[in-house]
Design a protein around this ligand. Structure first.
Ligand SMILES: Nc1ncnc2c1ncn2[C@@H]1O[C@H](COP(=O)(O)OP(=O)(O)OP(=O)(O)O)[C@@H](O)[C@H]1O
Ligand code: SF4
Ligand SMILES: [Mg+2]
Length: 364
């Protein structure tokens, strides 16, 4: 976003300038992401590596996360959800763009300054099997953040804090000395949540926290996250493949396609009247004829997601979009208010009649 461009996410662009006057906590979003880009170079050659292209994992993403809200980031595999999360957490460095946390630009922070910010943001991962060290006891896994940050150094104090956390997330504190393999998938994800909460972060990013779990367990983990959010006043970014998973979790939703946000808005607006054909397809209740799509993958979408190393020009969805016209492959649509609450990047957004025709799944 250029310095002069209107900023649909947070008012005037000047708010992001370093010289701007301080904004009160209550109105300042916890996280501000502006024009975030992450390109992974594709190289060839053994001794002299030449760059022959780039995977455009995240390609110009902007959004705000307000204090205390849950923002859902949704899209098909490879669209850049995890990379966006890692850029916010500064587990990866962006190619360009900016991440602000509590108004502070953290894009280039290092050393002690970055370590201090890391205490405020934590992440839980998709796979509760590989994200926990099998050789460590649950007690030391949950207490790890204390060790890293030199907190609760006294052994008894640390144990008490960890056992309290175990109780908070519904684990038996007497299992402090057990190993991850002695726990079920749902319990392991509770261990991950306890570890993430140890430092009382302000921001929690949950990257597909239930997709590796049995359906019967998923609701329990989602309820736990919701409880924790209320109890600790957390701000939550919740990443999922499927809009139905985030429906009851999220205040606002951002739909990503091939490294870009194609639609964003409040859950109420987005589910009631999706304007982007991709959002419509994700929400469609119409079963698709293709037998390779099954279960919850009820999609109007045909064809595979194009490679992010060579994304389609202009509107990246035009190769799969039932509404595509010549303009769509020539001019990139901008995220704009189309008069129904959401911001949508589409030249020919869905009408109410079209939404009714594709049978958007009702809430419930
Ligand atoms: N370290 C890396 N090096 C090269 N390419 C990468 C790297 N990390 C991610 N990518 C590529 O960037 C794109 C986006 O990946 P990302 O993991 O962010 O997607 P995702 O939306 O989280 O997908 P999923 O739903 O499968 O988790 C993919 O094409 C992926 O292969
Ligand atoms: S801009 Fe065109 S191709 Fe892209 S989503 Fe809209 S109608 Fe479809
Ligand atoms: Mg991912």
């Amino acid at each position: 976003m250029s310095a002069q461009a209107p900023d649909p996410f947070g008012g005037a662009p000047e708010r992001l300038a370093t010289t701007a006057p301080p904004v009160p906590d209550a109105v300042q979003p916890l996280v501000q992401v502006r024009d975030l880009v992450k390109h992974f170079p594709i190289t060839r050659g053994i001794i002299f590596q030449r760059k022959i292209g780039a995977v455009r994992a995240v390609d110009g993403v902007s959004f705000d996360v307000r204090r205390g809200e849950t923002l859902g980031i949704v899209g098909e595999t490879g669209c850049g959800k995890s990379t966006t999360a890692k850029l916010i957490m500064r587990l990866q460095k962006p190619t360009s763009g900016q991440v602000r946390f509590e108004g502070q630009d953290i894009t280039d922070l290092r050393g002690a300054d970055m370590k201090a910010i890391r205490r405020e943001m934590q992440m839980i991962f998709q796979d509760p099997y590989s994200s926990l060290n099998p050789r460590k006891t649950v007690g030391s896994i949950i207490g790890e953040p204390y060790a890293i940050h030199g907190l609760k150094r006294e052994k008894g104090e640390r144990k008490r804090a960890v056992q309290e956390l175990m109780e908070t997330v519904g684990l038996n504190p007497e299992h402090y000395n057990r190993y991850p393999h002695e726990f079920s998938g749902g319990q392991r994800q509770r261990i991950g949540v306890a570890r993430a909460l140890a430092l009382r972060p302000k921001l929690l990013i949950a990257d597909e926290p239930v997709s590796a779990l049995d359906v019967s367990i998923q609701a329990q983990v989602l309820n736990l996250l919701r409880d924790m959010q209320r109890r600790f006043g957390l701000t939550l970014i919740f990443i999922a493949h499927d809009l139905s998973v985030v429906r009851h979790m999220c205040d606002r939703v951002a739909v990503m396609y091939l490294g870009k946000i194609v639609e964003t808005g409040s859950g109420d607006d987005l589910y009631a009247f999706p304007r982007h054909p991709y959002t419509g397809a994700l929400l469609s209740a119409v079963p698709v004829a293709d037998p390779s799509h099954h279960g919850s993958e009820r999609r109007l979408l045909s064809g595979d997601v194009p490679s992010p190393a060579n994304p389609p020009k202009a509107c990246r969805f035009h190769t799969r979009c039932p509404k595509a016209q010549e303009l769509c492959s020539r001019q990139q649509p901008q995220l704009e208010d189309k008069g129904s609450g959401t911001l949508t990047a589409c030249h020919f957004p869905l009408s109410r009649e079209e939404v009714a025709a594709i049978g958007v799944r009702s809430a419930g």
